[in-house]
Ligand binder design. Structure first.
Ligand code: IPM
Ligand code: MG
Length: 398
């Protein structure tokens, strides 16, 4: 038979993937409880610079955190720890998405703040290693990607819950090129993986008394996997009878997100991985661009907070790294502080950032010498946090 060997190889490859996934489900079923930070001292915050503009914006974010957490650090409650080596050069050299020694350091931290890391594409000068983000999400089982987007003047107040480990990403590097003419990728949806993200979204809604959840799939076409996600949403929703929910297909969802008559009606979204990836960029653009958005990657044991934009190598090549905007990492830091229980600090930073970037804008970054530098911006944030009028400035804008 033609291609017999190709077919046998593909079958063996597929069999291995299925076995791995069934094994993974066993672990999901035996999953423990959420980590409780109130018993941990010090809580170690690992700061990963990443590539391109990453080290620059991380440096400024770190100085803001040092300023904000001075007391906690001096009392030994918090430790800030720099993690070296998650650079494209080092990853390319080791041919690993995350080199083993770097992963070992990462695992010694409780939470992480991560700068952007370059993801090589086919044809780049780098070997085609997997995205460090994707690998970290999977290795630390950071199953929930939470991305808030706010545009107050349009009454937009959204929180996206993107499933972060499964879907089209789970085996994104494990597709099969069967012959020169045929390539097949896989998409994985599990009951456990879907249920935990959907439940988290409903729990969040309940805790914050938000009465609206929107489930996003393409279950009319991608029937088996997306169909399962939607079925599980239906089941989970029954446990929250007071929360209203609806479901949309990803195509019409992307349209409705920019429909002024609909925008303010949405509140919380929950979606499988790739759809979540796409609509969160669209949503971030409505807020002012992907550079303005932060993102939380949360699992039961670890959590990682990051900018959602890329490493902007062109800015570095053109000598503009110092003009890179650290807002995204600062927004990510707000979520980090909130996550580890430092709610007041998170609120302080959020107020200062809103004042500096939305209302007052004494230092505006343009990514070029026409605007301020990241360092000037960080100083402006610190000055604003320290300003005794912070409360007042904040209130007049509410
Ligand atoms: C994101 C990014 C990543 C993703 C890339 C860098 C792999 O787009 O965090 O949304 O697709 O998840
Ligand atoms: Mg993305």
């Amino acid at each position: 038979m033609e291609n017999e060997k190709d077919i046998e190889d593909a079958k063996a490859h597929f069999e291995k993937l299925i076995k791995d996934q069934l094994e993974r489900i066993k672990h999901l079923k035996a999953e423990g409880d959420w980590i409780d930070y109130s018993h941990i001292k010090p809580i170690i915050i690992g700061i990963i610079g990443g590539d391109g503009i990453g080290p620059e914006i991380s440096k400024h974010t770190k100085s803001v955190l040092e300023f904000l957490l001075e007391e906690e650090m001096s009392k030994g409650k918090i430790e800030l720890r720099e993690i070296e080596g998650l650079t494209i050069e080092n990853r390319a050299k080791e041919k690993k998405a995350i080199p083993d020694d770097v992963l070992a350091e990462i695992k010694k931290c409780h939470v992480l703040l991560k700068g952007p890391t370059t993801t090589p594409r086919k044809g780049d000068k780098w070997p085609n290693i997997e995205s460090a983000n994707v690998a970290m999400r999977r290795k630390l089982d950071l199953f929930a990607n939470i991305r808030p987007v706010k545009v107050p003047e349009k009454n937009i107040d959204w929180v996206f819950f993107r499933e972060n480990t499964e879907g089209a990403y789970m085996l994104g590097s494990k597709g099969i090129k069967i012959t020169d003419d045929l390539s097949i990728d896989f998409k994985v949806i599990t009951t456990q993986g879907s249920e935990r993200i959907i439940r988290l979204a409903f729990e969040y809604a309940k805790r914050n008394t938000i009465n609206k959840i929107t489930v996003v799939t393409k279950a009319n076409v991608v029937k088996t996997t997306d169909g399962k996600f939607l079925e599980i949403a239906k089941k989970v929703a029954k446990d929250y009878p007071k929360i209203e929910w609806d479901d949309w297909y990803i195509d019409i969802m992307t349209a409705k997100l920019i429909d002024p008559s609909r925008q303010s009606q949405f509140r919380i979204f929950v979606a499988p991985n790739l759809y979540g990836d796409i609509i969160t960029d669209e949503a971030a653009q409505l807020q002012g661009g992907v550079g303005t958005a932060g993102s939380a990657n949360i699992g039961k044991k670890y959590a990682m907070f990051e900018a959602i934009h890329g490493s902007a190598p062109r800015m570095v090549e053109e000598g503009r790294a110092k003009y890179a905007d650290p807002s995204s990492m600062l927004r990510a830091s707000i979520m980090l502080l909130d996550h580890i229980g430092l709610k007041e600090k998170a609120f302080q930073l959020e107020r200062a950032l809103d004042i500096c970037t939305i209302y007052e804008k004494e230092v505006v970054l343009t990514g070029r010498s026409t605007g301020g530098t990241g360092e000037e911006f960080a100083k402006y944030i610190m000055k604003t946090v320290k300003n005794p009028d912070l409360e007042y400035k904040w209130k007049i804008h509410q």
